[in-house]
Ligand binder design. Structure first.
Ligand code: COI
Length: 365
């Protein structure tokens, strides 16, 4: 069943960003947003599109104190024929269900996420950017909205979707990926076994900010996270999954520990590598082996993957005051190929033989 939602149009349309080459990452939100409420006993109800405006929230609301919330990150792309499409939304739906279960948040009814995104894109289609390297970032989120200081799951939730025409997550896109310097974080951890590492919750990101500050102080773009138990194995890079290419084989942390975010770009990278007959291992990789590979010349590439960043090459690692270069310190050939293939499929410039794209009948001339 397809859901339809009532629309209240804004009477005060905003000024659209003048320069699509300087959109930054999610700095300008469109004229409308999607809202839906949940009440225990009634379920999810009253999905609607309304003018974008500040949410009114009681200071005693549970989410402001105990962070019972979750979010997703997605993007809509404009194909060469002008049609809008999104990428592997079924994966976001599955991840939302797993996150909701972890956070004691009621799951959304089937189909609501994609139908709500379609409705919102339709209303704000004239905000869709057209410049290469841009897309419409989509941020669905749910939070416990009930006045309660009991640290238990509440009975009322709000589901919101906001969208923003967006450029590159890291700096401006110049047509060539630039490699970043990354700080190996061996003091703070991102996620421990049994925690919320696999779930898309704000706390994972808020708790990471102190570590990112260390990285910035060391003139690095972000951190390389190590496992919580031994501080020995590589896990993620900043807010992204991490890939290491050594001796023509690719390594990434496995999802089994429950500390790794099951990234949709991560899964797509693994599937593409396999389709190109490049060996890919999901498992433990010791930091010591990565540093050794940097020194003996067998470390060919490191790159991060995520919805916002797509593919982000890493040029060097900083650990205990020493720099370890990744090959020639520039974007590697695999990162470049993966970026071009993924972004090509996402924007409809490369044929989608994987069945990953979900097209809407919304055309932006
Ligand atoms: C994404 O990649 O979409 C994320 O949710 C990460 C966020 C820090 C932008």
């Amino acid at each position: 069943m397809k859901h339809s939602f009532p629309v209240t149009l804004t009477t005060h349309p905003k000024q659209k960003p003048a320069d699509e080459n300087n959109l930054g990452f999610a700095r300008f939100f469109t004229d409308h947003m999607f809202l839906m409420d949940y009440d225990e006993g009634q379920g999810w109800h009253d999905g609607r599109i309304v003018p974008y405006e500040p949410l009114s929230i009681d200071p005693g609301s549970s989410v402001l104190h105990y962070a019972q919330m979750m979010f997703e990150g997605m993007k809509a792309y404009r194909r060469p024929d002008g049609r809008l499409q999104i990428f592997r939304p079924d994966m976001n739906v599955k991840r939302m269900s797993r996150t909701a279960e972890r956070m004691c948040i009621p799951d959304l009814p089937e189909g609501v996420l994609v139908d709500a995104i379609e409705a919102l894109l339709r209303v704000d289609a004239d905000w869709m950017p057209k410049t290469p390297g841009t897309s419409m970032y989509i941020r669905p989120f749910i939070f416990g909205d009930e006045i309660s200081f009991s640290a238990v799951a509440v009975d009322h939730y709000r589901f919101v979707i906001i969208i923003a025409p967006t450029g590159a997550y890291y700096g401006s896109f110049t047509g060539k990926l630039s490699a970043s310097r990354i700080y190996v974080q061996d003091k703070y951890i991102r996620a421990a076994k049994g925690g919320t590492g696999y779930a898309k919750v704000g706390g994972n990101y808020g708790g990471a900010m102190r570590a990112a500050r260390d990285a910035k102080a060391a003139n690095c773009k972000d951190v390389l996270w190590l496992d919580a138990a031994e501080h020995k194995y590589v896990e993620e890079i900043g807010t992204c999954n991490a890939f290491f290419r050594i001796n023509n084989e690719v390594y990434t942390a496995s999802l089994d520990s429950g500390t790794i975010l099951p990234g949709i770009t991560r899964d797509s990278v693994i599937q593409l590598l396999k389709s190109w007959n490049i060996p890919v291992h999901e498992g433990k990789l010791a930091l010591a082996d990565v540093l050794k590979a940097s020194e003996d010349g067998s470390l060919q590439e490191i790159f991060a993957s995520g919805t916002a960043a797509v593919i982000s090459p890493i040029g060097s690692l900083t650990f205990e005051g020493k720099d370890y270069q990744v090959a020639d310190g520039q974007c590697g050939e695999l990162a470049d190929r993966l970026y071009n293939t993924l972004y090509g499929i996402q924007t409809g410039r490369i044929e989608d033989t994987m069945g990953w794209t979900h097209q809407f009948d919304i055309v932006v001339e």
